[in-house]
Ligand binder design. Structure first.
Ligand code: NAP
Length: 283
């Protein structure tokens, strides 16, 4: 198998390429410096030359506030580039895997969202990622849509992952306490993506660790395990005056993955322990 990865220097792309290397699977990894996926002609040429068996399309404008501020960029990268890659995947007969998000839901549910729940995004990030999903479904013959939520891990650029990985922790931090979702350890997501692309079980998947939490729950649990001194202050989302609206309650239920692959995702608490162990092994 030969794999093409877009967004390879992002949080998920970095872990995925590490895993592909470990599994001795050939791949071509690109990020914006090597190949801007909004350039369809260039992308078409690179992929027609390389002819991968699977495309892992991770490149995105993943910062939700940036998407609100730069709506055209979000449309180009999250949606139109996805259409381009979907067309190319069909031309070369490659499997297509697109990573989507819990932010395609509005957060007004009382229960975790299933693969068949009705999307209703409330932000530009959610809207453009959902449009990307629609292009994939309309164009691709063999696709996987892997929706995931609140990634954490070694290479994540998000504030909480960077805080946990840092040797010099601040005296106090503010952490959001009134938004609830699924958490996902990037290493577990990469393992699941590898299983998906090795299979012919096409369709929509929710790939997250089990359980529901706020970022405050997550950090308090990490504090218990790591025993750092930083004071954790609970803040409400509205106190932060963020640009983009976020769903209040958007956990995902991984029905399809667990059914079709006869496995269980670990809980977020176990996943956090795995992450902390990996930090301790860090050179
Ligand atoms: N992070 C989460 O919590 C989360 C949750 C749900 C779903 N997802 C989805 O999972 C996927 C991976 O997320 P991630 O956290 O790994 O994101 P990430 O760290 O932001 O990585 C995305 C990568 O794509 C690159 N990129 C942006 N525009 C590009 C372009 N025009 N051409 C080529 N590359 C481009 C980015 O470069 P720059 O950094 O230079 O822009 C970045 O290296 C994304 O599809 C995201 O929507 C993420």
């Amino acid at each position: 198998m030969k794999v093409f990865v877009s967004g390879a220097e992002g949080a998920l792309g970095t872990e995925m390429t590490r895993l592909l290397r470990k599994e001795k699977i050939k791949f071509l990894a690109t990020d914006i410096k090597q190949l801007d996926i909004t350039d369809f002609r260039a992308t078409n040429k690179v992929l027609l030359d390389y002819r991968p068996d699977a495309i892992l399309h991770f490149a995105a404008v993943s910062n939700v506030d940036t998407c609100e501020q730069e709506q055209n960029l979000a449309l180009q990268v999250n949606a139109l580039s996805t259409m381009g890659l979907a067309i190319i995947a069909n031309k070369i007969g490659a499997k297509m895997l697109y990573t989507s998000t819990n932010f395609i839901f509005d957060g007004n549910s009382e229960e975790p969202y299933s693969e068949y729940s009705m999307p209703h995004p409330i932000s530009e990030y959610g809207r453009t990622k959902l449009l990307g999903e629609r292009y994939i479904k309309d164009i691709c013959e063999r696709y996987f849509i892997a929706r995931t939520s609140w990634l954490f891990g070694q290479n994540s650029k998000t504030f909480i992952s960077k805080f946990l990985a840092s040797d010099k922790k601040p005296g106090s931090i503010d952490v959001i306490c009134d938004q609830f979702a699924s958490l996902t350890y990037i290493d577990h997501l990469a393992d699941a993506i590898l299983r998906l692309i090795k299979s012919e079980n096409y369709g929509v998947y929710h790939i997250v660790n089990k359980g529901i939490a706020s970022w405050l729950d997550f950090v308090l649990r990490a504090k218990k395990i790591m025993r750092f001194k930083t004071t954790i202050r609970a803040v409400k989302i509205e106190e932060l005056n963020l640009l983009a609206k976020r769903p209040r309650f958007s956990p995902l239920a991984s029905h399809n993955y667990e059914f079709l692959f006869s496995c269980q995702m670990k809980s977020w608490e176990e996943a956090l322990t795995d992450f902390i162990k990996s930090l301790l092994r860090k050179p």
